[in-house]
Design a protein around this ligand. Structure first.
Ligand code: ZN
Length: 131
């Protein structure tokens, strides 16, 4: 029987943080169409949205290095208090599926956050760049 990870350990975490590792500052926003993950749409009511990524995660995404990206995120997840080894194993499996979904639904649109990380994303000046 498969047990789902607890809700408070779910990813991505959202907010003005990297949607992959939870770090800051956010450097890039990646356009992505919605997809199903754990029986729910990634973007609840929209057909597409943005995934925020820090410098390190952006480099892995740009390089299509999905295994190292999952490894990087797991290093951060393992720092959270109260996560058991079985939960970590479940989270890794979920992350692999999540990252695969992102890879398959990612659009060619990338926004670069050019002002610091203190301002909320919607108030931060964004510069469109081609990939
Ligand atoms: Zn990151």
């Amino acid at each position: 029987m498969v047990t789902r990870p607890q809700l408070n350990h779910r990813l991505p975490r959202g907010g003005n943080r990297c949607d992959f590792c939870g770090g800051a500052p956010v450097l890039h926003l990646y356009g992505c169409t919605t997809f199903l993950f754990m029986d729910a749409k990634i973007f609840d009511k929209q057909m597409r949205g943005w995934w925020a990524a820090c410098l390190e995660c952006s480099a892995l995404i740009t390089g299509d290095l999905w295994g190292p990206l999952t490894d990087r995120v797991m290093v951060e997840v393992a720092k959270r208090p109260g996560i058991s080894r079985p939960e970590l194993e479940l989270l890794r499996k979920s992350l692999v599926r999540l990252h695969k979904g992102f890879e398959n639904h990612r659009l060619s649109m990338v926004l670069t956050v050019v002002l610091g990380h203190a301002a909320p994303l919607e108030k931060t000046a964004l510069h469109l760049r081609s990939v």
